[in-house]
Design a protein around this ligand. Sequence first.
Ligand SMILES: *Cc1c(COP(=O)(O)O)cnc(C)c1O
Length: 388
Amino acid sequence: MKSGRHFLQIPGPTNVPDRILRAIAQPTIDHRGPAFAALGREAIAGLQRIFQTTGAVVIYPCSGSGAWEAAFVNTLSPGDTLLMVETGQFAMLWRDMAIKLGLQVDFIPGDWRHGVDAAAIRDRLTKDASHTIKAVAVVHNETSTGVTSSIPAVRRAIDDTGHPALLLVDAVSSLGSIDYRHAEWGVDVTVSSSQKGMMLPPGMGFNAISARALGASATARLPRAYWDWQPMIRDNAAGFFPTTPAINLLYGLREAVHMLEEEGLANVFARHVRFGEATRRAVAAWGLELLCARPEEYSHALTAVVMPAGHDADAFRKIVLERFDMSLGAGLGKLKGKVFRIGHLGDLNDLMLAGTLSGVEMGLAAAGVPFNRGGITAALEYLAGSHS
Ligand SMILES: *Cc1c(COP(=O)(O)O)cnc(C)c1O
């Protein structure tokens, strides 16, 4: 038994605030009864504001991967070609899913240290004069690398070529932590889920859907049943769902939206920008390397740190967990053992981040990793000097 709170500093699932846990701990009610309709309507309307859209938003009981699948099966047909970009492990997994569903993927290779190259997308679309490519699907915040791509740049690349491809975006680890604008950025389907910036437990996946994507769903022929948008949208209008929704998580979602709006979305995003900067100052002072290669693409939600050669990131994480009761993110896929990831998204304040970075610094010493002292001081000076 450990005293005090566990530090859950992985980039999802994130800390669930007490307010949300209390909201979830209400009686489960009849999802076809009148009391439920208000909850359903408020949860959906709130989520629209977080996606920054007035268009359709659907909520499934599932993890983020279910929402990935929903985006594909509602808009595409067997054999359709998708243009995707290898930003990291999540882009790979989403690509693998597309292939399993019978889609063709033109996968632009990447080194897992850069975001989406909009010029490469422009190139591919320019060459695709016959419009074989039906959709461009990219990850906004690549959680395996701590690299954030510019979605407006991708939109411009598509528009420049006049290509009709749909734009599908994974905003699973950015929604509620990094500025994300579904409508203004002209995204056709945005995929997200509950357990990252939204501060909820895992268990709900989301799609935000443009009018064009809805139009595409009328003719898309990939088999779909559970994931079909149409019955969802039909029943959602009155606040209901075609199957049993995650009723208690919807109480939590309503509360999460209240919390984000009380703070103000702009302030939420600014807070994450500060946390990212403070973390990177600590990493720089430690003399360690960031995985993300370009400052314009630094993630505000998490930081992936490269382990010095000859040291195992998982051995370090094990020591941090055992000694300091803190979970840090593992290196995923080909980065296993080579990087560790510090989650700084969701329900977090200056002192929680200071505690997190202290745990990293003490862990580096305990694991015998060569580093310079002073990371904590650098982070604290920045946090103290940048407070609004
Ligand atoms: C967490 C995450 C997902 C979804 O993962 P699930 O385990 O299915 O919830 C998808 N994309 C990104 C970028 C993620 O961070």
